[in-house]
Each structure stands twice: as C-alpha cells, then as structure tokens.
Design a protein around this ligand. Structure first.
Ligand SMILES: Nc1ncnc2c1ncn2[C@@H]1O[C@H](COP(=O)(O)OP(=O)(O)OP(=O)(O)O)[C@@H](O)[C@H]1O
Length: 288
C-alpha cells in the first residue's frame, strides 16, 4: 500500500504546548476542565508514558493527541481543546477537520481504553485486523492481506488459529491483542495507546516492547502510552509524564521520578511499587 503521508518533517513527533481540555456542560453537569495547561514533547524514537491517578486527565490527553475529539462519541460528550497547541507528526491537531482524519489516521494510530470490549462481534479476528487495510484499499491483494494479518497477529503473540475466531471466543487479553494488532495494521508512525497492556498476560509485555523497538529501529516511530506498567516503560527506556488534577506534576525516567518523588502522587506510587527493580525482559517476565 502506498503511503501518502500527511506528515511534514517536524523535528519532534509530538509537541503539546500549554493545552487545556474541557468536557462541555451536559445534562446537570457543568463544563469540566480535565486537562489544564499541559506541556510536553515526544522525540522521534521515544516512548512516553502518561501516568496519574484515576481522573487525572490521562485518557483526555491521549484522546486529543489522536484527534478523537473530532470523532462521533455516541452519547458521551467529546473533549474540546480550549487552549494551547498540539502538533502530532507535523499536523496541527486544533486545525484538523473531520475530512482530514483519514490521512491523519494513516500516520497516527489510537488504541482506545475500551478497544478490546468494542470489537465487532460479527467479524473474525482476521477480518477485524484487516479492516483498516481494506478501508483504504478494497482491492488489496488477498494473499498479501492474509500474510499481513498473520504477521500482525504473530507480533502480538496470538496463534494463527485466532484468525478464524470471533471476539466472544477469545479471552479479554486475547481481544486486547487483536485490538492492538488492528491498531498497527497501517504501520503507523505514531502510536497513542490507552492502557495497551491492560488485561494482557504479563508474558506478552515483551511482545509489546519488541514491536515498539522494531518499529523505532526501522525508522521514524514514537509512542505515547497511558499506562501504569512501570516494567514496560523501563524496558522501552520510556520517559514518564505524571499528571495530577489535569496538570503535569513530574517528568522524567521511571526510576528518576520515583526516587525524587516530588509530588504526593509520586510518593504514593514509589511507596506502592517498592524499591527500584531491574528492567525485566522475556526471560524473566514469567516469574512475576
Ligand atoms: N465524557 C466525559 N464527560 C465529562 N467529564 C469527563 C468525561 N470523560 C472524562 N471526564 C472527566 O475528566 C476528568 C479526566 O478524565 P480522564 O478519563 O481523562 O482521566 P484518567 O486519568 O484517564 O482516568 P482513568 O484512569 O480512570 O481512566 C475526570 O474528572 C473525568 O471525570
């Protein structure tokens, strides 16, 4: 498939500059400020983890990075970017229009928090993973498509037999891996993933870090993960952005942040995870 990239050659993959996000008033709820003046950037080749307590604004940041505010969200209100500037892969997210999304989505993939629970129940895993490719190109060569889907499922450590299974025949962790494989189908340059390893068996963490490593070795690639998976971030040498009440309260390496623990959230986290542990890879992941 030919990539008609929308990306301009920005020197950084993502730049978030003083961004604020509101959920507009609905029903009896007033306008709610979920993200308040957040700034950070992500270099090409880098993985950034967004951490914070429930309600600290992590998903809201992920959603606006992926331009999710432009997509229909059913009965839920969509986040609105009310201040600041966001550039993702060279595109100004605030300037995007709905009609720009197909091109944006070619380069920037989004794994939603509820992705595993919202897979199309009437499609097999192979059809689900192939869908983004066929949406681009209905006449995509059948044999190439099967090979591509099999490769993607293999990357997330699912056996080939999964191809013919429906979501209800899979475990929660297997569904999450199908969702992840679908997210990678168009070979994105930027991956925004909300809890990518949630529900995934701990032994699959190395598959996630391997697929990220492979992509950043092969060229421009960057990822933002909303996650509490400190071992995943350590394995990927990721930088952490810690959020509290919609604001950034810490930026640094996992262990640097835990050691400095300048904010009560970080102190509590450091306390919860205990002393620094070495990064664990495939060989010892199963011992956890
Ligand atoms: N659709 C919505 N409508 C109104 N308020 C919302 C909506 N989604 C999130 N919020 C509010 O915005 C704030 C940030 O929510 P967000 O989901 O970004 O936090 P989070 O850190 O990802 O939380 P969690 O870890 O529980 O997913 C919270 O106070 C939340 O209640």
């Amino acid at each position: 498939m030919e990539r008609v990239t929308s990306l301009s050659p920005d020197s950084r993959a993502i730049v978030v500059d003083d961004v604020s996000v509101d959920y507009p008033a609905h029903g009896i709820s007033g306008t709610h400020r979920a993200v308040d003046g957040v700034s950070f950037s992500v270099e090409w080749g880098e993985v950034v983890g967004i951490m914070g307590e429930s309600g600290s604004g992590k998903s809201s940041v992920a959603r606006v990075l992926a331009a999710d505010h432009l997509r229909p969200s059913g009965q839920n209100v969509s986040p609105q970017i009310v201040g600041g500037a966001i550039r993702v892969g060279g595109s100004s997210v605030r300037r995007l229009r709905r009609r720009d999304l197909p091109r944006f989505d070619f380069d920037v993939a989004f794994l939603r928090q509820d992705a595993a629970d919202t897979l199309d129940p009437e499609r097999t895993a192979a059809e689900i993973v192939a869908a983004p490719i066929l949406e681009r190109d209905r006449r995509y060569n059948r044999a190439s498509l099967d090979l591509r889907v099999a490769t993607l499922l293999d990357e997330v450590m699912l056996p080939l037999g999964t191809m013919v299974k429906y979501p209800f025949e899979l475990s929660a962790g297997q569904r999450q891996r199908v969702a992840l494989a679908r997210t990678l189908a168009l070979d994105p340059k930027i991956l925004v993933a909300d809890e990518p390893t949630a529900g995934i068996d701990i032994s699959v963490r190395s598959a996630v870090s391997d697929l990220v490593d492979r992509r950043r070795r092969d060229g421009d690639f960057a990822a933002v993960f909303v996650t509490h998976d400190l071992d995943l971030l350590r394995a990927l040498r990721g930088r952490v952005i810690a959020l509290h009440g919609g604001s950034v309260v810490g930026v640094g390496s996992v262990d640097g942040l835990l050691e400095s623990a300048e904010h009560p959230f970080l102190t509590a986290l450091a306390h919860a995870v205990g002393p620094r542990r070495p990064s664990r890879r495939r060989s010892d992941a199963s011992s956890s």
